[in-house]
Design a protein around this ligand. Structure first.
Ligand code: ZN
Length: 114
């Protein structure tokens, strides 16, 4: 009888210990995830770029887009190809060479999915 009782008590104690350990583990896991989230939040303002060209682009995006639009509309008005300095066809923003290039590009992009 006594042995059985002792075994039962021992079993209960070990069970209790296991549960405590599981609880501890769960707590530490939660803490770890929290710290990871914090790290992510801190990394956002730093911003890492894949290369220096993209870095330059992202840092000067507004300015670059303004300049490009200016030169594009300027060339369009003057009748010059928007990709090179040759005269463009009337009603088109490209010269003969770049018009053909654009047509092949459009054809490929439109027939990609088919
Ligand atoms: Zn051209």
């Amino acid at each position: 009888m006594w042995k059985n009782m002792l075994d039962k008590v021992k079993g209960k104690i070990t069970e209790f210990k296991r549960r405590k350990e599981i609880k501890k583990k769960a707590k530490t896991e939660i803490v770890q995830t929290k710290t990871e989230e914090k790290d992510k939040n801190e990394q956002i303002p730093k911003k890492e770029y894949p290369n220096r060209f993209l870095k330059f682009y992202y840092l000067n995006q507004k300015k670059l887009n303004k300049e490009r639009r200016k030169s594009y509309s300027g060339r369009k008005g003057k009748g010059i190809c928007v990709r090179c300095k040759q005269k463009s066809f009337p009603g088109i923003v490209f010269c003969e060479f770049h018009q053909q290039k654009q047509q092949t590009y459009n054809y490929r992009s439109r027939h990609k999915s088919i």
